[in-house]
Ligand binder design. Sequence first.
Ligand code: 5GP
Ligand code: MN
Length: 350
Amino acid sequence: MLSRLVEPHKVERFANLLDRAGKVVLTAHVSPDGDAVGATLAMWHFLKAKGKDAHVVLPNAFPDTLAWLPGAKDVVLHDKDAGLAEQLLADADVVCCMDFNAARRVGAMHEALARSGAVKIMVDHHPGPEDFCSLVISHPELSSTSELVFRLVCAMGCWYDLSYESAVCICTGMMTDTGGFTYNSNNPETYYIISKLLEKGIDKDDIYRRVFNTQSEGRLRLMGHMLSECMTVLQDYAAAVVVLTREDFCKFPVNKGDTEGFVNMPLSIRGIIFSAFLREDKDMIKVSLRSVGDFACNELAEKYFGGGGHKNASGGEFHGTMDEAKELMKKALFEYQDRLVAARRANQDN
Ligand code: 5GP
Ligand code: MN
């Protein structure tokens, strides 16, 4: 049995709003990951089966490893077709903002989202939801937004209506946001949900293979280069910093999404509980942070890189040169050194 996490009055309002809506848009954060795409598509299949005029509109492309997801080809990308994306947002009666907690997380789509007169509903699991939706269904204690979609569907009494396609998308989101059930995945109910998805006929092992074991050759070679040339291990700080410049990228046939997951790799080194990944993009330096245990990397992301996220997985941006970004990271590490070392000790004691 699932505990009733979502307050009944919110479930009722959610159901009513969707019921009354003619047109629904499901959207998620910029550079959508498996959970963002999984949650929006799961909800999309669910609404389509109910006869709704629903569309998934995402700010920009998702990784190729998710292109096989049922419905992925029907996703409208704002950076490819801004006209259509903005029209859909403008025409919508309801917009579900999924897997993000702040309006600016949709990047360049931000203004179109703000302009839309639709009722906005947040369905999310990031801590600290900001005030831009009239209904906020926010559960940071959950593994993923996809898990929240499952719970909402069940809470609305629609478990029997949940399709195989939705089940595949939900499993993908839960799997990717927990690194294949290796973190944020100690809640027994997570596995109860997976068992219910298996009842819908999904092949969990095949989903794992498609998501994690269908990488490009270029990505694997870039990973080798990164590990040997671009990673600095700072045992005195219980930390590792990885820096990838555009020059590094040019050496390998890779796409932007191909660095997904790189930030986790230094955490497999004994004694390292914090990993920072600085990637030089076209117009900024993207910062990805990961930690293990007590150390809250979202605090560092917020304070130094104008970002945020979860306790153990966060990120931000830096506008300036890579040398300046590295310098700022050095400063941050210096400030947090005692806490990092204490968190490592606490981990070892456990
Ligand atoms: P990733 O490192 O995979 O890009 O992001 C991990 C998590 O960090 C995301 O799920 C999101 O919660 C958070 N995050 C990443 N980048 C940003 C950012 O620029 N701003 C905020 N507020 N959160 C971010
Ligand atoms: Mn998520």
